[in-house]
Design a protein around this ligand. Sequence first.
Ligand code: CO
Length: 253
Amino acid sequence: MSTSLSHLFDANVAWVDRKTRKDPGFFQRMAEQQSPRYVWIGCSDSRVTANDVLGLDPGEIFVHRNIANIVHTSDLNILSVLEYAVDHLQVEHIIVCGHYGCGGVARALSGERGAMLDHWLQPLTMLYHKHRATFDAFSDLRVRINRMCEVNIEMQVRRIAAMPIIEKAWARGQSLNLHGWIYAIDDGLLRDLGPHLSSIEQRDALPTIDNCVITPADPVSAVRRQAIAAFSQLDLGDACCGGDGDGLRCVAE
Ligand code: CO
């Protein structure tokens, strides 16, 4: 087996060539400064890459990724990322984006313990144990995992909203909006699940996370709305769903 990674360097040169032909000043501008408007907090999963999913160029989004997009309030990495993004880059939006079928979430529900990863996933494991009856009511394991993927996003947005970095920004009147999204690997589409938080008052008005587990905030209709909006912009012709005009069925059911 070859140990050379020359194909990656070749791909890099080809990318630079494409970029420069399209926009000769691109790299010069990149070198001068970055001014992204968004922060993306996502899973390390190799299939969920922020710039690709959003169609953004380098320089447009500040990214932090870890397994299962978890926000640990003692994690120096995410605290440093958020402090720099909020205080210095003055980003306007922080997006927590998980994904359906997340392997980290599946592990948290599996009962496996003993790896370093299980320490990382502990907030999810604890939430699962507390609401085991609710989650286990979904007999289909895939559905159960996906439901936890949604709740995980809700929980992590709330954790960000409780950080002093964020509270201070809101207190001084900085415009800063938190969002909870989920991505489906099997169709490439994003869903806006919420919560949306732009102030301490909105954060404090939320029901408890336990309440969210027991009473989901209508995730099915949120998925459908996002799917309808996304599909209305795609030119799929008759390639989808046998051309019966009901493209929604492909993604929402
Ligand atoms: Co994942």
